[in-house]
Design a protein around this ligand. Structure first.
Ligand SMILES: [Zn+2]
Length: 252
């Protein structure tokens, strides 16, 4: 079985005490690579250390819209200096979140990150929350030249197709196992396996039935099973196609 967890926060304190076992458990299930997205400049050094310590761990470096309180302009300068590092495969996670009340600043920092991704030939890892229309506006201002992934995609077919036209993949995780995600399941089915990546968003976003528990990368198997059921195909096929998609996007 080939699987990649394209979005797991292994640098978070929830994994401090048992990270090696978490990684080993996932490897036993066939997980061959892990991508740790960046959220805040405070985490970047730790992410890079983990990528150095484990051959199958890669990272994205970025400023998440929830973490714009650390002087984002000086963070952007530091971000730029880290994009030369071998283990950095993407810029992000970055994006726009309508539940945080500083949209003008969010847009400024997001656009700066799209520009950096273009300059360093990197894809983007994009966070969205009630912001598909605003993200599309930013993409019109600066077109992302190397595509990326829309993390935890939820939305209709129209939203999905606009991203795919720009070279993006949809990040699919435990969210699709919830009853309320029927619109997203329809979109995923429409865009096809070749346009999705699997992710857990560990330690967050537990699968249905696992609420309140720490999520971890070995659960990517359950995400793959849910996707296989949706497409009426085998888990192996889901793993194979989505792993190839992930490797091609992040050049790993
Ligand atoms: Zn995340």
């Amino acid at each position: 079985m080939h699987l990649i967890d394209s979005h797991c926060h292994l640098d978070f304190s929830e994994f401090e005490s048992d990270l090696s076992s978490v990684i080993n458990r996932a490897r036993m299930q066939g997980v061959e690579s892990f991508v740790i997205p960046g959220v805040s400049s405070k985490h970047w050094d730790k992410q890079l250390k983990l990528a150095q310590a484990f051959d199958d761990v890669y990272c994205g470096i970025g400023i998440h819209p929830w973490f714009l309180d650390n002087d984002p302009l000086s963070d952007l300068v530091k971000l730029e200096s880290l994009l030369h590092s071998q283990s950095v495969v993407a810029v992000g996670e970055c994006g726009l979140d309508a539940t945080v009340d500083n949209m003008a600043l969010q847009q400024q920092v997001f656009i700066a990150q799209i520009e950096l991704a273009n300059r360093f030939n990197k894809p983007l890892i994009v966070h969205h929350r009630k912001t598909h229309h605003l993200i599309q506006q930013c993409f019109k201002q600066v077109r992302p030249e190397y595509g990326g992934v829309i993390h935890a995609f939820s939305g209709n077919i129209n939203d999905a197709e606009k991203y795919i036209d720009l070279g993006f993949k949809l990040g699919i995780g435990g969210g699709i196992t919830y009853e309320r995600a029927s619109k997203t399941r329809t979109s995923v089915l429409n865009v096809g396996l070749s346009n999705i990546l699997l992710e857990t968003d560990s330690p967050d976003m537990p699968l249905f039935g696992q609420q309140g528990k720490r999520n971890e990368p070995q659960n990517i198997v359950k995400v793959a099973e849910a996707v296989a059921e949706l497409f009426s195909c085998s888990v192996e096929e889901v793993g194979q196609v989505t792993s190839l998609n992930t490797k091609a996007l992040f050049d790993i």
